[in-house]
Design a protein around this ligand. Structure first.
Ligand SMILES: NC(=O)C1=CN([C@@H]2O[C@H](COP(=O)(O)OP(=O)(O)OC[C@H]3O[C@@H](n4cnc5c(N)ncnc54)[C@H](OP(=O)(O)O)[C@@H]3O)[C@@H](O)[C@H]2O)C=CC1
Ligand SMILES: O=C(O)C1=N[C@H](C(=O)O)C[C@H](O)C1
Length: 256
């Protein structure tokens, strides 16, 4: 049994992760970290509001973070320093955060997995986009999420653009003299790749990667209709993180 703690158990992803871990034959939910002490009944599973206390008193082997970027960074750092392996689903980490965590893992030899998207379909979409960029180098990403999402662009969109960058030299797209008459009309820009964020009630997590070429358009699309789509990936990460001693950023690194 792998002893697991979860931060953000009241949230949309956290609640789903609690149910998955409790139901899983190889995992034991030993504690959760919440923003408040009251109103969450998980039977005998203790609820903490202090990460330090949780780590010390319940001795988890894996710490899952599904909160916000600021909290996620604080929790992940504290877990690694305490010798506990983090699995981070929280998005919005900066490049500097990733570098700091990579160095901390290297120093402590404690493994950590940061996965901007846990669903296999989204990982395949990202891998296909990376491949397509070898042949079609004008690309825009449209990510669409529910209207409670805090960060934009999504972690998945950023990761997709980073993978595309492996095969696409930086260049400006569109007309060299294009102008926005309303600021933001052309979206965010990552070395010329445009990223557009849609937020609407009713949506869960969706993304299209559009590749344009002379007389043609290639569209790669993935939809998560329920948060159940992320849970096999969370379970995979809990097992994988037990045997790694470095930072792994992205589930594509665990799947051939
Ligand atoms: N990697 C992936 O595949 C996926 C990643 N995500 C990411 O996961 C994160 C959470 O998403 P989602 O569940 O939709 O968001 P929610 O807003 O539903 O949940 C976030 C939770 O964090 C809790 N929280 C706030 N402060 C603390 C604290 N001090 N200690 C512990 N918990 C705290 C919130 O509690 P309260 O409400 O009381 O403030 C809330 O329950 C986001 O960054 C999102 O982008 C989401 C889906 C898939
Ligand atoms: O907030 C969400 O919901 C999601 N966040 C992740 C992201 O930012 O990419 C993963 C998925 O898209 C759902």
């Amino acid at each position: 049994m792998i002893r697991v703690a979860i931060a953000g158990p009241r949230g949309k992803m956290g609640e789903e992760a609690v149910n998955m871990v409790v139901a899983h034959a190889e995992f034991e939910l030993v504690s959760v970290l919440d923003s408040k002490q009251s109103g969450l009944d998980l039977g005998s599973v203790p609820v903490y509001t202090s990460i330090e206390q949780l780590l010390e008193e319940t001795n988890p082997q894996v710490f899952i973070d599904l909160t916000t970027p600021e909290l996620g960074m604080k929790h992940t750092t504290a877990a690694i320093q305490a010798g506990v392996r983090p699995v981070v689903g929280t998005t919005g980490f900066t490049q500097q955060d990733l570098t700091e965590l990579e160095e901390l893992c290297e120093k402590t030899q404690i493994g950590c997995i940061i996965a901007p998207n846990f669903s296999i379909g989204a990982i395949l979409m990202m891998k296909f986009a990376e491949q397509a960029a070898r042949y079609m180098q004008d690309v825009e990403i449209i990510e669409m999420h529910h209207d409670k999402k805090l960060d934009a662009p999504s972690g998945t969109a950023v990761k997709t653009a980073e993978l595309i960058q492996n095969n696409r030299p930086a260049h400006q797209q569109g007309h060299p003299e294009e102008q926005e008459s309303i600021e933001g009309a052309r979206g965010a820009d990552l070395e010329g790749i445009k990223l557009h964020s849609v937020r609407l009630p009713g949506l869960v997590a969706h993304q299209q990667v559009l590749f344009g070429g002379e007389g043609q358009l290639l569209t790669l699309r993935h939809d998560s209709f329920t948060r159940g789509s992320f849970m096999p990936g969370v379970a995979l990460c809990i097992k994988e993180v037990m045997t790694t001693t470095k930072l792994i950023y992205g589930l594509e690194n665990l799947i051939d």
